[in-house]
Design a protein around this ligand. Structure first.
Ligand code: ASP
Length: 447
């Protein structure tokens, strides 16, 4: 019996489930203390206890029934296996551009089985293509699954694999690449690939969805169509993220990979470009460029792949009363860089000055971003900022703290020389910061 049939059940409960020969999706009856509970056996979290059986009642509610020695469990009926059969692939038009879709997982590559409540990474990348047949009018698609991961489980080692896989596709001569990715850490992966893939000849477009493809309110198809269109035809050759621009299906915003942040837990327009304008928007299948400051598509460009990362970089958010010894811990554990997410213009309490000095004296690169998210750090306004500058803290201009962290993870994958690392940090490699803020841009890029 495969583990999936009993997903999440263990110990005593698993024994009972096995004994009565029920699987996830089967109809079961539990009789206990004069009460009868009937419903479909649904999966449990792997962190759940070994005392409860969870069933979905006819009413649609899920309940956990504790298995006491007097409880009787019976199988009432066999569950129908959820059957998803992908429609046949539409015919490919040889005159269209070629786009490669690489799937890494997340909601966009998941299906919910509403009967049991399970979310499964069951859609292959070619399923994605076949359930959105309009894609056949935009591009010839080649699709592959690289990972089936929720993006909270993606690490720098996965960024390396993604970068290398994209590079292979570009070597093969595709006109653009789409990476289907969970939304939670899509901004981090997009930043990582922005640094790892230099001199891109064609666009690399990340896409996700806030609601899975089998829900009527899903944003998966519109986002995917926008991403494929951008990969196939956009005039830019950068790493970008394509997601809903508004809550309606009217427009898709294309954000620069180093400037984008998930700013809402559930809205379709959760992704925003921070401290700049999105690169483009897509309306009624047309790409409208919103800036002329972008790297141009140019198939003759020779891609440079720098796919190495070092994990010895920390992102520390300051808060009132924070224990300064946190900084010491990172220094003592061999970290090479710390990004501080300070308050306002770039401040932390003076109780942190001593450990920051010790970090810098030990050769740890310490840099400052703002937890305000919008705006630029300016450490020359108040004494606190000036003191931190004097200690050797590097201000990160208007760079996102997450992007700065990814950049340092990438930098220390390229060099272990502190001076070279500083130089790279201060060099604008992939549009991650700007020299000056354009008045009012904060207003227009807010959610
Ligand atoms: N937690 C999921 C992920 O990031 C959410 C999503 O896919 O949107 O993979």
């Amino acid at each position: 019996m495969s583990a999936e049939k009993f997903s999440g059940y263990k110990g005593e409960v698993l024994e009972v489930v096995r004994r009565v020969d029920v699987e996830i999706g089967d109809l079961i009856r539990i009789t206990k203390g004069g009460q009868v509970f009937e419903g479909i056996l649904i999966p449990r979290s792997e962190y759940g206890d070994d005392k409860h059986i969870v069933i979905k009642l006819r009413s649609g509610y899920n309940i956990g029934v504790r298995l006491t020695p007097d409880a009787k469990v019976e199988k009432v009926g066999k569950g129908e296996k959820p059957a998803f059969v992908a429609p046949p692939l539409p015919e490919q038009n040889p005159a269209l551009p070629k786009v490669s879709i690489i799937s890494t997982g997340g909601t966009i590559a998941s299906r919910v089985d509403y009967r049991t409540g399970a979310v499964r990474p069951a859609l292959t990348a070619s399923d994605l293509y076949s359930v959105v047949p309009e894609l056949a009018d935009i591009a010839r698609i080649d699709a592959q699954i690289l990972f089936s991961l929720y993006s909270e489980n993606i690490t720098p080692a996965h960024w390396t694999k993604m970068a290398k896989t994209v590079a292979e596709k570009i070597e093969e001569g595709v006109d653009g690449v789409v990476i289907a990715h969970g939304t939670d850490t899509m901004g981090y992966s997009a930043a990582a690939l922005s640094f790892a893939l230099q001199n891109l000849p064609v666009p690399v477009v990340f896409v996700g969805s806030q609601r899975s493809a089998d829900r009527p309110s899903s944003d998966a198809a519109t986002n995917l169509t926008g991403a494929v269109l951008a990969a196939a035809k956009a005039p830019f050759a950068e790493v970008a993220v394509a997601m809903h621009a508004t809550v309606s299906d009217k427009a898709i915003a294309v954000h620069r990979g180093t400037r984008v942040r998930k700013c809402h837990t559930s809205r379709r327009d959760a992704f925003k470009t921070i401290n700049a304008q999105p690169i483009a928007k897509i309306e009624e299948n047309h790409i409208v460029m919103l800036t002329d400051d972008y790297k141009k598509r140019d198939p003759s460009q020779k891609l440079t792949v720098k796919p190495n990362f070092s994990e010895e970089v920390a992102l520390i958010k300051f808060y009132p009363g924070m224990n300064p010894a946190v900084i010491d811990w990172y220094v003592d554990n061999g970290y090479k860089a710390i990004v501080l997410e300070g308050t306002g213009l770039g401040h932390v309490a003076n109780s942190l000055f001593q450990p920051i000095k010790r970090a810098v004296d030990n050769g740890v690169l310490v840099a400052m971003a703002s937890q305000c998210i919008w705006g630029r750090v300016n450490m020359s306004v108040y004494d606190t900022g000036r003191d931190l500058l004097a200690l050797g803290v590097i201000p990160l201009e208007d760079m996102l703290a997450e992007t700065a962290t990814v950049k340092l993870i990438w930098i220390f994958g390229q060099t272990s020389n502190a001076e070279e690392a500083k130089k790279l940090l201060k060099t604008n490699i992939a549009g991650e910061f700007s020299e000056r803020s354009i008045y009012g841009e904060e207003e227009t890029s807010k959610p």
